[in-house]
Design a protein around this ligand. Structure first.
Ligand SMILES: *Cc1c(COP(=O)(O)O)cnc(C)c1O
Length: 387
């Protein structure tokens, strides 16, 4: 389906709500029925009938349809956070005694889900170098059930070959899951490569305005129903109708926002790559990137997120650099209007944050929002001058 049609119209049955162009926020917990027959029909399919808002709400359903279409999936579910979607996806596919293969350095709370939470329930895991297909296949055990991917990862942007990973998963009867937050459906559609479940922190690009925490899961009808009847309904990590309407609003401009961030990031990278204080640019679409060819094969672009390695002799120099930045805000997350900077020296020595990226104190991650690129470059220029 056409992208504009999805973002502007899909799922919006305006004749049911006074022909309003913006869908209403159906702010209700409960729905009533005229007849016993209607009620019986509804409870046979709670996933697709509005009975109670934990299961189904018309405002949230509009978003569900759009997300499924955006990810070329048969169906989708909307959660109250990205980690709720990730946890539901993973937990739905394992039981005690099972094993999960996960790429190295996944999102920090995904790491904790495996190393702390699922371990308590007797589910084991192996972290593998996702750039090495042999390592992935070599880590498969008789009890492996899930191959968990994050491509690109969100600090050093390592890719996994999605087509090859999906083939490995199919061959060994594993369910493949990917966190697609970095690319958004604008730049990467993992289901087209044979990946089974796509999850997002929709807090990032999909909502895009830094005002809602939200997660999504997209997959086949069969898997979505399985997750709905299990983790979705029993753990109850749902989004409110109010927040769902903000995400529908956010999606209207998804394509425009991604293009803006992408174009500005390229302009800023062109400035940074010629700067003597920058040792390295880490960005999947930079020709120096080790997996540049793979990036071009499976992604249509990248958004506004990249990292640099500063040419600094000590942590103090990195600190001087980022303290001088005034227009880039010091913060986690990304995908909104505002440009951000995240110096990894902030995590240095923090317990439980011992991934390769966080111990690299010269690594600085940037997110480029929608501000004028030249105005941002001027800020970088003054910070470099202070070095
Ligand atoms: C932010 C993020 C998450 C977590 O999402 P929340 O919406 O904060 O729960 C998961 N994966 C990646 C890659 C993220 O950046």
């Amino acid at each position: 389906m056409n992208l504009s049609e999805i973002l502007t119209h899909l799922g919006e049955d305006r004749q049911h709500y006074f022909n309003a162009v913006s869908p209403p926020i159906i702010q209700t917990s409960n729905f009533v029925f005229d007849t016993l027959d209607d009620f019986r029909r509804a409870i046979k399919d709670e996933m697709n009938s509005s009975i109670y808002t934990r299961g189904n709400n018309p405002t949230v359903s509009i978003l569900r349809k759009k997300i499924a279409a955006l990810e070329h999936a048969e169906d989708a579910l909307i959660f109250g956070s990205g980690v709720a979607a990730i946890s539901a996806a993973v937990i739905s596919q394992v039981q005690t005694g099972d094993h999960i293969i996960c790429v190295e350095s996944p999102y920090s709370w995904t790491h904790k889900l495996l190393t702390v939470f699922l371990k308590r329930f007797g589910v084991s895991h192996s972290f593998v170098d996702g750039t090495d297909l042999k390592a992935i296949e070599g880590a498969i055990q008789d009890n492996t059930k899930v191959l968990y991917l994050e491509s690109p990862t969100s600090a050093t942007f390592k890719l996994q070959d999605l087509e090859a990973c999906a083939a490995i998963a199919k061959k060994h009867d594993l369910i493949s899951i990917i966190d697609n937050s970095y690319s958004s459906p604008i730049y990467q559609n993992p289901i087209d490569f044979g990946i089974d479940i796509v999850v997002h922190s929709a807090t990032k690009y999909l909502n895009g305005h830094s005002d809602v925490v939200v997660g999504v899961l997209a997959s086949s009808k069969h898997i979505v129903r399985q997750v709905f009847e299990g983790e979705f309904m029993t753990l109850g990590g749902i989004i409110s109708p109010q927040s769902a309407s903000l995400v529908i609003r956010g999606l209207r401009t998804l394509e425009l926002r991604m293009e803006r961030s992408n174009t500005s990031a390229q302009k800023i990278i062109a400035y940074l790559e010629q700067h003597p204080k920058v040792a390295e640019i880490i960005h999947p679409f930079h020709p120096s990137f080790p997996q540049y060819e793979l990036a071009k094969r499976q992604m249509r672009g990248a958004g506004g997120l990249f990292s640099i390695i500063l040419r600094a002799d000590n942590v103090e120099q990195v600190e001087i650099f980022f303290r001088r930045l005034k227009r880039f805000l010091l913060a986690v997350s990304w995908g909104g209007h505002e440009s951000l900077v995240l110096p990894f020296c902030a995590f240095h020595g923090l317990e439980g944050k011992e991934s390769e990226s966080t111990t690299n104190w010269r690594l600085v991650r940037f997110y480029i929002g929608w501000e004028d690129a030249d105005w941002l470059i001027a800020d970088l220029e003054s910070a470099f001058d202070a070095l």
